[in-house]
Design a protein around this ligand. Structure first.
Ligand code: SAM
Length: 651
C-alpha cells in the first residue's frame, strides 16, 4: 500500500472566464465552445445518446474530472435519452481537484447545466485521497470520484466500463498520465465493445490503445484541432490478480431483484434500504419482536471516523464510510424532519503529540479540524483535559428511530418480518431458503445478506467466521446546569452526548468475558470516571441510582467489519491448501462463493458509521456494479480473509 499523502487542490488562473491550471500550464476547457467540444468529442464519438437510450445501466469512465463539465454534459445527455428507470454510473479520477469555490466559478460558464452544477456542488467531496461515491438524481446516478493518481486509482477499481473519456491535459504537457500502465487498466476495466474517445491524435496514444485491444479510428478534431481518436474494445486484457482468493463474485441476474436480509439492526436496515433504493424488494427477517432490539437499540449513537497517525487503509475506510454515512443522514433528515440527526460535530480528545501528528497529515478541514485545548473547550462548552480532533460533519442520532425511518422511507419495497428466527439456510435451484426452528420456510430469494451480528456464524456455512459478542454498558446521566453547556458529542476512551430529554448518554464499557445483559453499578462507575477524567466539569454522582442499557455488539478477530461475499469454505480449504508454501498467486484459481450469500457484520461500536459504505459495497458486488472502495480496502474487509490467514499460517 502506498503511503498516505494529502491531496493538493488545483492552482488556477482565470483567462476570460476559462480556468487554466498553472502546474500543467493547460486549460480545462475553452470558454468558447467548451461544451460543444465535450458534446462533439466525448459524447458524440462514444455515441452516448443512442446507446444510453437502450441501456438499463450505463457506465462511463473518465481520466481527469477537472471542472466536472464532461460529467454534467453526460448527465444531461443521459437524462434526455435514457429510460426512466435506468442507472448511470460515472467514474472519474482527479489528482488535483478544484476547490469548491473554483468549481462553482468554472461551472457558472454553462447556464444550460446550472441545475446539474448546483446538484454536483451539494455533494462535491472534500479533498481527501481515495474513492468518493456520491449519488444524484434520487440515487439513479452514481458518481465515483477517485482522488489520486490515475494509474494507481484505476488499478484499484472493480467496474465494467461501457465508454471512456480519455481527457486529461495534453499528452505533451502531462506525459505522466498517458502511459501504457494507464491504458492497460483502461483495457482491463472495459466491457467487450466498450468505446473510447479522446481529443488527442498523438501517435503514441493511438499505438498504446491498439496494443491493449482497441480498434482505433481518426476523426476530424474539434475547432482548431486537426484530428481526434475514437474506437472500440475488441478484447480486453485479462487481469492477473495478486490475490485470486478475493476475486469478486459473479454478478446475480438483475431480473428477479428479490433479496432477504437477516437482522433488523442498523447494518441490516441500511442494507435493505440500499437495495430497495436500487429497485430490489427486500424481506428483512428479525428474530426479536421489534426492529433494532440489540446493539442498535441504544437510545443514541455517534457518527465519526477513526483516524490513525499514518492514516492507514483502515483509517481511510472509516473516513470514507463516515463521509458516506453523514451524507445519507443529511438526506434522511431532509425527508424526515422528525429524524433527530444532530450534525453538530464530534470532538475526539487526544493528547498533544498525537493531535499534532494527525494535524501534520494535511487532511481537509471539512473532514477534521485540529484543535488545541482552548479551541476544544470553546467548541465543547466545558473544560477539556486536552485538545483533539473536531469532525464538523459528525454528529449523533437515535439508532432505533433511524431503523424505523429507513423502513418507512423504503416502503413498500421493504417487508419486515419480526419474531422470525432463521435456523438454517438451504440453497436449492438458485434460490436461498431460510428455514425456521419448526422446519418451515420463512422466506426465499436468490440473494441473502446476513446482518445479524455475532449470530451470523450460527449458520453452518459461516461457522468459521470469528465473530465475538462484546458487552457494552451505557450510562444515563441526568443533565445539570453545568453539563447542559455541552454542545457537541465528545469521544475519548468512552463518549458523552449532549443532554436531551434531561439525560446525557455516557458510554460505553467493553467486555468480552461477561456477556450478561444486567446493568452493573461497577460499569457505571467505569463510564463516569473516564468521563470526569476528560471533562472535569461533570460532577460526581452516585452511580447506584443511574439507569443504563447493556447490549452486545459484534467484533471480529482483527476488529474490522466483515463485508462481502461468503466464501465456500470447502473450496478454499481444497484449492488454497498450500498457501503457506509461497507459490505465485497467479497459479491459483479465482475464489468460489456461496452464490448470492453476503455478510455485513462485525461493525463493533461503529455501525452507524460503517454500515452505509458496507451496504454500497455489497450492492455493487451483487449486481457487478462499480465498487465504491478500492480493491485493497475491499480485500481488507473481505470475509475470506480469516480463512486465507489461517491457510497462510498453515493452521
Ligand atoms: N474532464 C475535465 C472537465 O470536464 O472539466 C477536464 C479535464 S482537464 C483537461 C485534465 C484533468 O486531469 C485535470 O483536472 C488534472 O488535474 C487531471 N490530471 C492530470 N494528471 C493526472 C493524473 N496523473 N491523475 C489524475 N488526474 C490527473
Amino acid at each position: 500500500m502506498p503511503e498516505f499523502s494529502a491531496i493538493k487542490t488545483a492552482h488556477l488562473v482565470w483567462e476570460e472566464g476559462s480556468p487554466r491550471n498553472t502546474d500543467f500550464d493547460d486549460r480545462y476547457f475553452a470558454s468558447e465552445g467548451g461544451l460543444e467540444e465535450t458534446s462533439y468529442v466525448f459524447i458524440g464519438q462514444n455515441r452516448l445518446s443512442e446507446r444510453m437510450a437502450l441501456a438499463p445501466s450505463f457506465t462511463v469512465a473518465e481520466t481527469g474530472f477537472g471542472t466536472g463539465l464532461n460529467f454534467l454534459a453526460t448527465l444531461d445527455t443521459w437524462v434526455r435519452c435514457a429510460p426512466a428507470d435506468a442507472q448511470l454510473n460515472f467514474i472519474s479520477v482527479e489528482l488535483n481537484p478544484l476547490s469548491k469555490a473554483d468549481l462553482e466559478r468554472a461551472l457558472s460558464a454553462w447556464p444550460l447545466l446550472a441545475d446539474y452544477a448546483h446538484a454536483l456542488l451539494q455533494v462535491y467531496p472534500p479533498a481527501m485521497p481515495g474513492y468518493h461515491r456520491v449519488l444524484l438524481q434520487e440515487g439513479r446516478v452514481s458518481l465515483t470520484l477517485m482522488l489520486g493518481d490515475a494509474v494507481h486509482m484505476f488499478s484499484q477499481l472493480e467496474a465494467s466500463v461501457d465508454a471512456w473519456f480519455l481527457d486529461g491535459f495534453a499528452p505533451s504537457k502531462n506525459p505522466g498520465m498517458w502511459t501504457e500502465a494507464l491504458f492497460r487498466q483502461v483495457s482491463r476495466l472495459s466491457r467487450p465493445g466498450a468505446t473510447f474517445a479522446t481529443f488527442t491524435a498523438a501517435g503514441h496514444v493511438r499505438r498504446a490503445l491498439e496494443s491493449v485491444g482497441f480498434t482505433v479510428s481518426k476523426f476530424e478534431g474539434f475547432g482548431r484541432k486537426r484530428e481526434m481518436l475514437c474506437g472500440e474494445m475488441r478484447q480486453p486484457l485479462v487481469s492477473t490478480s495478486a490475490a485470486p482468493w478475493y476475486s469478486p463474485p459473479s454478478p446475480i441476474s438483475r431480473e428477479s431483484r428479490q433479496a432477504v436480509v437477516v437482522g433488523a439492526g442498523v447494518a441490516g436496515m441500511v442494507m435493505a434500504h440500499t437495495l430497495a433504493d436500487r429497485g430490489w424488494n427486500v424481506t428483512v427477517c428479525e428474530r426479536a419482536a421489534q426492529i433494532a432490539q440489540e446493539a442498535s437499540g441504544n437510545p443514541a449513537g455517534i457518527v465519526l471516523p477513526r483516524l490513525t497517525l499514518d492514516m492507514n487503509l483502515e483509517a481511510q475506510f472509516y473516513v470514507s464510510a463516515f463521509l458516506t454515512a453523514a451524507r445519507f443522514y443529511g438526506r434522511l433528515q431532509k425527508r424526515f424532519p422528525a429524524f433527530q440527526w444532530r450534525a453538530r460535530g464530534v470532538l475526539q480528545l487526544l493528547d498533544e503529540a498525537r493531535t499534532r501528528r494527525i494535524g501534520a497529515l494535511g487532511l481537509p478541514t471539512e473532514v477534521v479540524e485540529v484543535l488545541d485545548q482552548a479551541a476544544a473547550q470553546h467548541i465543547v462548552g466545558l473544560s477539556c483535559a486536552s485538545g483533539g480532533l473536531f469532525f464538523p460533519s459528525g454528529g449523533w442520532l437515535d439508532p432505533r428511530l433511524l431503523c424505523t425511518l429507513l423502513r418507512e422511507d423504503a416502503a413498500p419495497r421493504i417487508t419486515l418480518r419480526t419474531a422470525c428466527n432463521v435456523q438454517r439456510l438451504e440453497h436449492i435451484n438458485g434460490e436461498w431458503r431460510l428455514i425456521d426452528d419448526t422446519g418451515e420456510t420463512i422466506a426465499h430469494a436468490p440473494v441473502v445478506v446476513l446482518a445479524n451480528g455475532y449470530s451470523a456464524n450460527r449458520f453452518d456455512l459461516c461457522r468459521w467466521l470469528p465473530l465475538t459478542p462484546v458487552r457494552g454498558q451505557l450510562s444515563y446521566l441526568p443533565v445539570t446546569e453545568t453539563s447542559s453547556r455541552l454542545k457537541v458529542a465528545v469521544c475519548y476512551e468512552g463518549y458523552v452526548i449532549p443532554g436531551e430529554g434531561g439525560r446525557h448518554y455516557v458510554g460505553a464499557t467493553y467486555d468480552t468475558r461477561d456477556l450478561s445483559l444486567a446493568v452493573r453499578r461497577a460499569d457505571h462507575e467505569h463510564n463516569l470516571s473516564a468521563l470526569r477524567m476528560r471533562l472535569p466539569d461533570f460532577t460526581a454522582v452516585d452511580a447506584g441510582g443511574l439507569d443504563g442499557r447493556v447490549a452486545l455488539r459484534t467484533s471480529t478477530e482483527d476488529h474490522l467489519p466483515c463485508i462481502g461475499p461468503v466464501p465456500d469454505e470447502r473450496y478454499y480449504l481444497e484449492h488454497y491448501a498450500d498457501l503457506s508454501d509461497g507459490k505465485p498467486a497467479n497459479l491459483y484459481p479465482p475464489a468460489a462463493y456461496h452464490p448470492g450469500l453476503f455478510v455485513s457484520v462485525g461493525h463493533g461500536s461503529r455501525g452507524l458509521t460503517s454500515s452505509w459504505l458496507a451496504a454500497e459495497m455489497i450492492a455493487a458486488q451483487i449486481d457487478g456494479g462499480v465498487a465504491p472502495v478500492p480493491r485493497d480496502m475491499a480485500q481488507m474487509l473481505h470475509p475470506g480473509r480469516f480463512l486465507v490467514r489461517r491457510l497462510k499460517r498453515n493452521e
